[in-house]
Write a protein that binds this ligand. Structure first.
Ligand SMILES: [Zn+2]
Length: 337
């Protein structure tokens, strides 16, 4: 028990340069078994065969094995919308699609329900009817983690901006998966309804990937990646505890030119977005993260965009400033590419 609690306390009080998306640590089955009776352990989730279980519901543990432990999830907050910038629900992504359906259709885009979540909600994709290889492809997805609602307001700002003129469509094509985890979004939980962290289940082969991600990845591969039509940038929109930053790989993960490509985008965005301000975190992540899959298997400039997931009302930030961060992403892409 002591080892476990000491490790957790160490992590909790180690000064973090930047906010993070979740607290995460690898612990042995022995350390976990040792800590099961401790009451403070109840807030921790342990991964067994790809599913995160609360400590009191973990299946049989192997003392010799290493397990991934996560903690620091959002708690369902009553009266959320009175205290924070409006929570972005599944119903809003449907509204958002209806608001823009006509404009997107006129620009030559398909709005497709490519499958259903575990609980039967729609998984949407917005993508061009025909591939134009003379244009550069931008990939964006959001809401792998259900409780990170602010990410979707940024996506809305991005889409509104690109629909406001023809600049984007003259030179780029977009593929957007606006809500990867609608069940988690409805439940205001990080995981999907089976307890999976959907940003830990992107395998090189979609047949190994799980649930909603298997559907999205199969779609993405079949219409783009397998044809060698690769995005010039991929942005995965998330919500952190408190700070704005970008997750990117370190220099050793690929090579210096790739590192510089990522740095250029971070600098450009930082010059426009005063919250983001060029802040980044070097992380080679988990091998089954969406971002790592795209960097490792395809060499795509994939970045994770983090903004605080709960933004207090009456502060200097609002739904409108979140949308402005989406416009900053747009301007950065148009400037750099
Ligand atoms: Zn996240």
């Amino acid at each position: 028990m002591k080892t476990f609690i000491t490790l957790l306390l160490f992590s909790l009080f180690t000064p973090l340069t930047y906010g993070i998306c979740v607290h995460e640590k690898k612990l042995s089955g022995f350390e976990l078994l040792d800590s099961l009776t401790h009451e403070s352990a109840s807030q921790f989730h342990v991964e067994v065969d790809g599913v995160f279980y609360p400590m009191n519901k973990i299946p049989k543990l192997n003392p010799a094995k290493e397990y991934s432990v996560q903690w620091g999830h959002s708690k369902a907050i009553s009266g959320y919308d009175d205290k924070y910038v409006k929570y972005y629900r599944y119903s809003r992504v449907q509204e958002f699609i209806e608001i823009h359906r006509q404009a997107l259709t006129q620009k030559g885009y398909t709005i497709s329900i490519i499958g259903k979540s575990v609980e039967g909600r729609n998984l949407y994709s917005i993508y061009p009817n025909t591939i134009d290889t003379s244009k550069k492809m931008v990939l964006m997805y959001g809401r792998h983690h259900g409780d990170e609602g602010t990410a979707n307001w940024i996506i809305e700002g991005f889409v509104e901006k690109l629909l406001s003129n023809n600049d984007f469509f003259d030179r780029f094509q977009l593929i957007l998966y606006p809500m990867v985890n609608p069940d988690g979004a409805e439940a205001q939980k990080r995981y999907n309804s089976r307890g999976r962290d959907l940003n830990r289940v992107w395998y090189s082969s979609p047949s190994r990937s799980k649930d909603e991600v298997a559907i999205i990845q199969t779609h993405l591969k079949s219409i783009y990646l397998d044809k060698g039509y690769l995005p010039i940038i991929a942005l995965d929109m998330h919500g952190s505890f408190t700070q704005d930053f970008i997750y990117r790989v370190d220099r050793s993960f690929r090579d210096l030119p790739f590192f510089n490509t990522q740095q250029n985008f971070i600098d450009e965005l930082g010059s426009r977005d005063r919250w983001q301000a060029g802040t980044y975190d070097l992380s080679n992540g988990d091998p089954q993260m969406a971002r790592i899959y795209l960097v490792r298997d395809f060499g795509i400039n994939a970045l994770t965009h983090e903004t605080p997931r709960d933004i207090a009302k009456n502060g200097e930030r609002s739904l409108e400033t979140l949308k402005s961060q989406g416009r900053d992403v747009y301007e950065s892409i148009l400037t750099l590419y």
